[in-house]
Design a protein around this ligand. Structure first.
Ligand code: HEM
Ligand code: HEM
Length: 140
C-alpha cells in the first residue's frame, strides 16, 4: 500500500477542474469576475503544487507502473501544461495588478482554449497513469 502515490493525482485533478471552472465562468453569456479570478488563481496554485509532487513521487518510487507509456506521455505533456498555466496565470494576475491592457487581455482570452485543451489532455493521461499504478497502491 503506497497511498502517498495518490497525493499528486488528487491535487492535480483539482487543478484540472479549476482550469475548467475558470474557462466556463468566462465563455458563457454571463461573465463572472471574482469567481473567475478565484478559480484561475486556484488552478495556478494547485498546478504549482502538483507538478513538483508528481516529479518527487516518480523519482522516489522509481516510476513504477504496469503501463509505463502513459507515464511517459503524461511527463512530456506536463511541460506544455505548466508553461501554459504560468503564462495564462501571469497575464491574468498581471491584469488584476496593473490594469487590463488591451493586448494582455487579447492574449489571455485567445490562449484560454489551448490551456483548457492541454489540461484536459494532461488529466486524461493522468487518469491512464493512475490506472497503471493501481496495483502498486492497493497490491495486485
Ligand atoms: C491566475 C489566474 C487567472 C487570473 C488572475 C485571471 C484574470 C482575468 C482577468 C483580469 C480577465 C479580464 C476580464 C475580467 O476582468 O474578468 C480575464 C479574462 C478571461 N480569462 Fe482569465 N484569469 C486567470 C486564469 C484563467 C484561466 C486558467 C482561463 C481558462 C483556461 C482563463 C480564461 C479567461 C477568458 C476566456 C477571459 C476572457 C473573458 C471575456 O470574454 O471577457 N483565465 N481573466
Ligand atoms: C486528473 C489529473 C491528473 C492525474 C490523475 C495525474 C496522475 C499522475 C500519476 C498517477 C502520476 C505518477 C506518480 C503518482 O502517483 O503521484 C503522475 C505523475 C506526474 N504528473 Fe500527473 N496527474 C494529473 C495531472 C497533472 C498535471 C495537471 C500536471 C502538471 C501541471 C501533472 C504533472 C505530473 C508530473 C510532472 C509527474 C511526474 C512524471 C515523471 O517524473 O516522470 N499531472 N501524475
Amino acid at each position: 500500500m503506497e497511498l502517498s502515490l495518490l497525493v499528486h493525482p488528487a491535487i492535480a485533478a483539482g487543478a484540472v477542474v479549476s482550469v475548467l471552472a475558470a474557462y466556463l465562468l468566462k465563455v458563457r453569456t454571463k461573465l463572472y469576475f471574482r469567481l473567475h479570478y478565484a478559480a484561475g488563481i486556484l488552478a495556478f496554485a494547485l498546478s504549482m503544487f502538483a507538478f513538483p509532487l508528481g516529479l518527487f513521487l516518480v523519482y522516489t518510487n522509481g516510476g513504477v507502473s504496469v503501463f509505463p507509456e502513459a507515464l511517459t506521455f503524461h511527463t512530456v505533456s506536463f511541460f506544455a501544461a505548466v508553461g501554459l498555466i504560468v503564462v495564462q496565470g501571469g497575464l491574468g494576475m498581471g491584469m488584476l495588478l496593473f490594469g487590463r491592457k488591451r493586448d494582455v487581455y487579447r492574449t489571455h482570452k485567445r490562449m484560454a482554449k489551448y490551456v483548457l485543451i492541454v489540461f484536459l489532455l494532461q488529466g486524461a493521461l493522468g487518469l491512464l497513469t493512475l490506472y497503471g499504478i493501481l496495483p502498486f497502491i492497493f497490491g495486485s
